[in-house]
Design a protein around this ligand. Structure first.
Ligand SMILES: NC(=O)C1=CN([C@@H]2O[C@H](COP(=O)(O)OP(=O)(O)OC[C@H]3O[C@@H](n4cnc5c(N)ncnc54)[C@H](OP(=O)(O)O)[C@@H]3O)[C@@H](O)[C@H]2O)C=CC1
Ligand SMILES: CC(=O)N[C@@H](CCC(=O)OP(=O)(O)O)C(=O)O
Length: 343
């Protein structure tokens, strides 16, 4: 059994990790931290876990995380970088759901996140945890930088076209919408019920922190300089993400060739579902499931890729468990077979 610790177990990605790992046949949960809920049984805060998780939260300084085989950080940016060096030195694998190790260039990280990087020596060894694009490296990794939720949709949508060299990489557009759980379990005016329900708005238009992360990853697949315009929106739902991606084709290709390109790219990928050309994927078809669905459309020389996922599952915790499975030589989909909740 893999002994697992979770730092930040009270947050939304933390409880999503617990939901998935409680049913994982090869996992034994050892420690779940919270600074605010030290001593509280996990199931008292999350009754959905009654009878499934019998541990109590413990303060991070009381939890002996070095007894674990792997520790997930479901914490704000900056927490994992402080603890990862000691854990890795003790032989513990680390999967960070935050951005601490996603951007290789320290200066870009620091200017994007406005925090100093305290473990820059680990940036090189960290592996970006997007299994569909980095499977072999993830399997050999000891430190995973789990991708942001929006970047997962943008990469899995654009990469087949970039690899094929069929689009103008200098002018990629991503118009993305997220449910409110994407902002985490915290008290903030913008995510209050009266502010975010029955309402719809863009944010971060001038430059969201997921732009440098995504552009740097997309750059790996093209010689052309990537230009990405990314605009996120907050939609009045709890879970779910819908990204509408636009790219200009630079050569004559038929709709059938476009469809074939994506079907070939994802045929062997258990968690990416390519719908028939012209389909309209729905966020609820991914609710609670570790799956990303996409569909292609065409407007003249512009290809439009519609991508949906659950921001907390394929966009965060499910993806992290997918990485854990690979790192421990397990079947990639172990514990991740839940079908989405529809309607
Ligand atoms: N929500 C989403 O859809 C996605 C989130 N992410 C990323 O995953 C990470 C977690 O997100 P989310 O679950 O939404 O966040 P939440 O705000 O819901 O939860 C944060 C958790 O971290 C703990 N925590 C906060 N500060 C510290 C600290 N200094 N030391 C130790 N623990 C701390 C909190 O518990 P306590 O205060 O009691 O210690 C809480 O359990 C973030 O980096 C986020 O950007 C990535 C993809 C998608
Ligand atoms: C709706 C909402 O607020 N979403 C978050 C993204 C969540 C995510 O992917 O997180 P990290 O990259 O921060 O880990 C945001 O835009 O900041």
């Amino acid at each position: 059994m893999i002994k697992v610790g979770i730092v930040g177990g009270t947050g939304y990605t933390g409880v999503e990790l617990l939901r998935l790992l409680a049913l994982h046949p090869e996992v034994e949960l050892r420690a779940i931290t919270s600074r605010k809920e030290d001593g509280l049984p996990v199931a008292d805060l999350y009754p959905s876990l009654r009878g499934r998780v019998n541990l109590a939260f413990s303060a991070p300084d009381k939890a002996d995380l070095t007894q674990c085989d792997v520790v997930f950080f479901a914490t704000p940016h900056g927490v994992a970088m402080a603890q990862a060096p000691a854990l890795l030195a003790a032989g513990v694998k680390v999967i960070d759901l935050a951005a601490d190790f996603r951007i290789k260039d320290r200066a870009v990280f620091e200017s994007t996140y406005k925090i100093e990087h305290t473990a820059p020596e680990l940036l090189e060894q960290a592996v970006y945890g997007l299994p569909e694009l980095n499977r072999e490296d993830i399997a050999a990794a000891t430190l995973i930088a789990n991708p942001g939720c929006y970047p997962t949709t943008m990469q899995l949508g654009f990469v087949p076209l970039l690899k094929a060299g069929w689009i103008d990489a200098s002018h990629l557009i991503a118009d993305c919408k997220s449910g409110v759980s994407g902002a985490g379990r915290k008290a903030e005016i913008g995510i209050l019920f009266s502010e975010s329900s029955d309402n719809f708005k863009a944010y971060g238009v001038g430059g969201h922190r997921h732009t440098p992360e995504t552009a740097a990853q997309l750059q790996r697949y093209t010689e052309q300089k990537v230009g990405l315009i990314f605009t996120p929106h907050l939609v009045p739902m709890i879970r779910g993400m819908h990204s509408t991606l636009y790219a200009r084709l630079t050569r004559e290709v038929s709709n059938e060739e476009l469809q074939q390109l994506f079907e070939d790219a994802y045929r062997e990928q258990p968690f990416v579902d390519v719908l028939p050309f012209g389909s309209h994927p729905e966020t609820r078809s991914t609710r609670g499931a570790n799956v990303l669905r996409l569909a292609l459309h065409r407007h003249g020389d512009t290809v439009i890729i519609l991508v949906v996922q659950d921001n907390l599952v394929k966009g965060a915790s499910g993806q992290a468990v997918q990485c854990m499975n690979l790192m421990f030589g397990l079947e990639e989909g172990l514990g991740l077979q839940t079908i989405a909740l529809m309607p």
